[in-house]
Ligand binder design. Structure first.
Ligand code: PAP
Length: 312
């Protein structure tokens, strides 16, 4: 542990660089090590993966509502009373809750997990198991702003708040929990090109612009495509309405509830809902800051076929 490179963290004091990615020592690194040593994926598992603040809360709700659409009536749906993070566990933190990891083994198939882990940090056995990944990414400028707001809310009281110029610099250097952002995205992007049937790559902006198109893609990928009858009945639109920012953010559970990720990490649900818009970076970044981050994105993604944050 002492030999790992150290960097400035956004929520706590330090992060360490482990196998190329920056991780919080007491939570993320602990989770990654346990996943690497003990997680046994099943072919039926679906892992929702994303860098922080790219749309996990939204996708989690959509996947849960889609997967369980035969079980629950939309008018009395568990999502109306339960925070989206309680629908299915965050693998990286859930794995170290309890004395052993048998609680993971006891979950019935098909299991849904969320994760912020880079694909390269998962042991080879996970992809080899035949399980699926749903990955969502977002314009890095919006990710930076969303993460800066979020992490300052969670930041240890004894530390001074992180200023936007500081957060910007750290983000550009890649020193950002679970990052560098671009390496995280590229790992999943390349794997999705190689195995499109195993890794579905989504963009937050596409989901916002054409939600029903992408929800139908998601359901098909999950092996539960919407039937013609379901589409005619308007089920796709109903699920989108249930999981919309407007609906979820106004529910009592998401205004007053608390999500416990571990003994030390708990977050008020309302912090997962801020604006839910494309392009809020315009209210925070100067032209110069925008140009630099766009240049980094262009350089990093060059030749990959992926574009992010470009005008559609
Ligand atoms: P996490 O990394 O902490 O899990 P995540 O849910 O991935 O966070 O991202 C949070 C962002 O998604 C927030 O963006 P903002 O800060 O730019 O507003 C949040 O508002 C947005 N978000 C949450 N729920 C929804 C939703 N139902 N629809 C669209 N955006 C949403």
């Amino acid at each position: 542990m002492k030999t790992l490179p150290k960097g400035k963290a956004w929520r706590t004091e330090h992060v360490v660089q482990y196998q190329g990615f920056w991780l919080n020592i007491t939570s993320a690194l602990k989770g990654v090590l346990l996943v690497q040593d003990h997680f046994k994926a099943r072919a039926t598992d679906i892992i929702l993966s994303a860098f922080m603040k790219c749309g996990t809360t939204w996708l989690r709700s959509l996947m849960f509502a889609t997967a369980n659409r035969y079980r629950f009536d939309l008018s009395s749906h568990p999502l109306l009373k339960t925070g989206p993070h309680d629908c299915f566990p965050m693998l990286d933190t859930y794995i170290y809750q309890g004395d052993s990891i048998t609680h993971l083994e006891l979950l019935p198939s098909p299991r849904l997990f969320a994760s912020h882990m880079a694909l390269d940090l998962f042991p080879k056995s996970v992809l080899a198991s035949g399980c699926k990944f749903v990955y969502i990414c977002r314009d890095p400028k919006d990710v930076l702003i969303s993460k800066w707001h979020f992490m300052n809310k969670l930041r240890a009281k004894e530390l001074a708040p992180l200023t936007l110029p500081e957060a910007y610099e750290l983000f550009c250097q890649g020193v950002s929990e679970y990052g560098p952002f671009w390496d995280h995205v590229l790992g999943y992007w390349k794997a999705s090109l190689e195995s499109p049937d195993k890794i579905l790559f989504l963009k937050y902006e596409d989901m916002k612009r054409e939600p029903s198109v992408h929800l139908k893609r998601l359901a098909k990928f999950m092996g539960q495509p919407f039937s013609m009858e379901e589409e005619k009945k308007g089920l796709v639109e109903e699920i989108l309405k249930l999981c919309s920012f407007e609906n979820l953010s106004n529910l009592e559970v998401n205004k007053a509830g608390i999500q416990h990720f571990s003994d030390q990490i708990f977050v008020e649900n309302r912090h997962f809902f801020r604006k839910g818009q494309i392009g809020d970076w315009e209210n925070h970044l100067t032209e110069e800051m925008k140009d630099r981050i766009d240049r980094i994105t262009e350089q990093k993604l060059k030749g990959s076929g992926l574009t992010l944050g470009a005008t559609p």
